[in-house]
Design a protein around this ligand. Structure first.
Ligand SMILES: [Zn+2]
Length: 241
């Protein structure tokens, strides 16, 4: 991979007033301060969730250009609650809790702060890595991209997790008895949906990181490797912590 070349690796848009080329993530022309593209005022959550399925790159551009990054703390809080429950599940901690109520309660109490912190760390690291390669992502934009990339995981939390709880109860989080012995087929189906949601979120994170930096497809391998590295590091922390 060549190290020079913001010319080929960053999307540019020409100012209609003075003709100067600007990075596609900028709203005002660097030379004459004219508007390069309309600034988007706010993000509509439900519209955006659907648009992320239809045209992820366009949608992340909108999120980047939006003045108010609505719902980013809400989404990262839900991600955090899901993360805590995933830790309980992954480490078979179900037996440590007296009831399903205390287990989910712990998730809802610790989750939001953990989710916001995790989103912040992830967006900070991604910003540092991509800036080193000529990207233009701000921390605020990267935070919004990480939060919205988590939408598939949030969706599985909203729609799949209640089924997991309803069918398996606290045994979902333990191995005594294993949820496999209760209903192995349903267990594998539900776990697979969760897995697909995680993969989908990782793909969205790559697309969003490209958009937040104004990167062209030239940088897709670099961004994919950076995201994979951070996902692997997250899994490692989950595994040893
Ligand atoms: Zn201009």
């Amino acid at each position: 991979m060549s190290n020079d070349g913001p010319v080929v690796s960053v999307n540019m848009i020409a100012c209609k007033v003075c003709g100067k080329l600007n990075e596609e993530t900028s709203v005002l022309c660097a030379s004459c301060r004219s508007y390069l593209q309309p600034r988007i005022d706010a993000i509509n959550l439900f519209e955006t969730v659907w648009a992320l399925v239809e045209s992820p790159r366009q949608t992340f551009r909108k999120i980047v250009l939006s003045q108010h990054k609505n719902y980013v703390f809400f989404l990262s809080s839900l991600l955090g609650i899901n993360l805590v429950h995933t830790i309980f599940w992954y480490r078979n901690l179900g037996n440590q809790f007296s009831s399903l109520f205390t287990l989910t309660g712990a998730g809802f109490i610790v989750g939001p702060l953990l989710g916001i912190l995790y989103t912040l760390v992830l967006s900070f690291l991604l910003q540092v890595m991509t800036r080193a390669r000529g990207g233009s992502a701000t921390l605020r934009n990267m935070f919004a991209v990480v939060a919205y990339a988590g939408v598939p995981i949030v969706m599985s939390f909203v729609f799949v997790w209640p089924i997991e709880i309803a069918v398996f109860g606290i045994y979902f989080f333990g191995n005594n008895p294993s949820p496999m012995t209760i209903n192995w087929l349903l267990y594998l189906i539900l776990i697979s949906i969760d897995g697909v949601a995680v993969v989908w979120s990782v793909v969205l994170l790559v697309i969003g990181t490209l958009a937040a930096n104004g990167f062209t497809r030239e940088r897709i391998i670099f961004v994919t490797l950076s995201v994979m590295l951070l996902v692997a590091a997250s899994w490692f922390v989950l595994h040893v912590a």
